[in-house]
Design a protein around this ligand. Structure first.
Ligand SMILES: Cc1cc2nc3c(=O)[nH]c(=O)nc-3n(C[C@H](O)[C@H](O)[C@H](O)COP(=O)(O)OP(=O)(O)OC[C@H]3O[C@@H](n4cnc5c(N)ncnc54)[C@H](O)[C@@H]3O)c2cc1C
Length: 356
């Protein structure tokens, strides 16, 4: 039985904790935020199921299907209700060919996945987080509000300072974002770790709006629409017709739409009212609802999405070469490919290649 720490309670960290605890390791997981899940976060509010982070995984993902099976939630997996998508060119909506919307938005998914859409869980991606938290509860020392602040090498052991305490471990899995990993590891490993803080990331803000269905004349017969680059205002790039794409997401007689923005650094500081106003203005231009929304939910994701350019890949490879043999292992979407499927594959590989 090995003493293991996992830093980061997103999908990658939770899965590593699950797989290691199952083979009998003594696992402590520390998460900086008050809740687990990282970029998976589903709200349930007034009958709406609102994704604040990821809404689904590439439909062909064997990694997610496998974990869902292991967690006993495979029967909750659901597909899209439609595959049709539109583009908005500043004048009107035009139907796109299959796979074009994802390509248009620059999704970093393998070409073979384009055009097959996504799958998710009936109750949202949060179902996976809840299931993991449920199985981990009795076996793993789960600590939220416990940011990892320092990691030092003590001979064969690793000393982790997180929250209020410092403890020794044989292996530490770092499943945070790249910038957080850089800050944590730079004091020990110097520039090879600090360099990760210079890796490019993208920010995202999403605004989910609940309308009375009767207020929108459009049939909403698609997954949503993407916005042509020269027609984008305020960073508005796409809209998901959530209640048409996935079921069940809105109570009878309502439509749930989700607007995606790529914010500037200054935009990230805008308050909820300003973001709601932006989203309403954006949707008025395309769908012209006769009434305003009844509710709005805003999610801000500063510097959350890694950009897998050559520089970032080289920095990860250099840091991993330096970490070899130390017992510190990088895992998750920040290091090995963006998205849920990549995060899980990275976590699985980390566990298989780095058993103590
Ligand atoms: C708006 C949005 C929509 C998305 N949509 C999709 C989608 O539809 N499909 C898809 O496949 N992917 C999507 N993604 C990406 C996907 O959600 C992520 O790639 C994946 O969830 C990342 O999981 P992870 O565990 O690697 O990292 P994260 O979920 O980022 O988890 C890292 C965790 O580490 C914690 N942490 C950071 N620093 C510390 C520290 N010092 N100490 C302790 N904990 C720390 C963080 O709080 C966080 O909980 C989306 C992302 C966003 C933001």
């Amino acid at each position: 039985m090995a003493k293991i720490a996992v830093i980061g309670g997103g999908l990658a960290g939770l899965s590593i904790a699950f797989w290691r605890a199952r083979v009998g390791d003594e696992v402590t997981l520390v998460e900086a935020k008050p809740e687990l899940g990282g970029q998976l976060c589903t709200l349930r509010d007034a009958g709406f199921v609102v994704e604040q982070g990821a809404e689904g995984f590439v439909a062909g993902s064997e990694a997610v299907a496998g974990l869902a099976e292991e967690l006993g939630i495979a029967t909750s997996v659901v597909g899209q209700l439609t595959q049709k998508s539109y583009a908005f060119d500043g004048q009107g909506l035009h139907e796109l060919a299959r796979g074009e919307a994802a390509q248009f938005l620059g999704f970093q998914v393998p070409r073979r996945e384009l055009g097959h859409g996504i799958r998710t869980f009936r109750g949202g991606m949060g179902e996976m987080v809840s299931a993991l938290a449920r199985v981990l509860g009795p076996t793993v020392d789960l600590r939220v509000r416990s940011p990892a602040k320092g990691l030092t090498l003590r001979g064969e052991r690793l000393e982790l300072t997180a929250g209020a305490g410092t403890h020794e471990f044989e292996r530490v899995f770092v499943a945070t974002g790249a910038h957080a990993a850089a800050r944590l590891l730079a004091p020990v490993f110097g520039d090879v770790a600090a360099a990760l803080e210079r890796s490019a990331t993208l920010s995202s803000v999403t605004v989910s709006l609940a309308y009375r269905r009767a207020a929108i004349a459009h049939p909403l017969d698609a997954t949503g629409f993407v916005v042509a680059e020269d027609a984008q205002l305020d960073g508005f790039r796409a809209c998901t017709f959530t209640s048409s794409k996935l079921a069940p997401r809105a109570p009878e007689g309502h439509a749930l739409l989700r607007a995606f923005f790529r914010p500037s650094a200054e935009d990230l500081a805008l308050d909820d009212a300003a973001w709601t106003a932006r989203a309403v203005r954006a949707l008025d231009r395309v769908l012209a609802p006769t009434d305003g929304p009844e509710r709005a939910w805003i999610a801000r994701w500063p510097a959350a999405l890694p950009v897998f350019d050559d520089e970032h890949r080289a920095r990860v490879a250099a840091l991993e070469a330096t970490l070899r043999g130390t017992g510190i292992v990088l895992a998750g979407a920040a290091f090995h490919g963006s998205g849920i499927d990549a995060a899980l594959k990275s976590a699985r590989r980390a566990v298989e290649e780095h058993s103590v």
